[in-house]
Design a protein around this ligand. Structure first.
Ligand SMILES: [Zn+2]
Length: 160
């Protein structure tokens, strides 16, 4: 029996099968920033394209959740904050980009339909998310850069 055949038999017994092979370097890479984006493909595609042109070179830590920064802006942001802390602690990320987008299914009926009201709502959400993130890190004596973007179907607004 060949080694490959033996391995295949073993995998079969375990109920697993290697379906692709590659080599990924385990060398440390610089992660330019962590991004929080909604799962929805249309605004996500444009947002990722925009962020790629506005960040330092490198592959970011991408956090894709329904609603984007919605959970960070909620009354219970701990789960989302703890995940972003991994980027800070393990990847040396010091810059976070939080986004929400117009017409978001993650927000459902909470998201106003009119352009102006939606933008106002998203602005408030992003400010809440920023406060949560800044508060979390200031509790640890740290001050990462936090950028907040309201993604519309006709462009993107930076919220300060
Ligand atoms: Zn969405």
């Amino acid at each position: 029996m060949t080694e490959t055949h033996e391995k295949q038999e073993e995998e079969k017994e375990m109920g697993i099968k290697k379906i692709a092979e590659w080599t990924i370097s385990k060398e440390h890479v610089t992660v330019p920033q962590a991004e929080v984006i909604c799962i929805e493909p249309r605004p996500r595609y444009k947002t990722e394209e925009f962020l790629a042109t506005s960040r330092a070179p490198g592959v970011p830590d991408t956090n894709i959740y329904p609603g984007g920064a919605m959970e960070l802006a909620s009354n219970d942001p701990k789960h989302a904050l703890d995940k972003l802390a991994i980027s800070y602690d393990k990847h040396g990320v010091r810059r976070f980009v939080l986004t929400v987008h117009e017409d978001c299914g993650g927000y459902g009926e909470r998201m106003p339909y009119s352009y102006d009201k939606a933008l106002e709502f998203m602005t408030e959400e992003l400010r809440r998310a920023r406060l949560a993130l800044e508060g979390y890190f200031s509790g640890r004596g740290e001050r990462p850069v936090v950028l907040t973007y309201a993604v519309m179907f006709d462009g993107v607004y930076e919220v300060s």
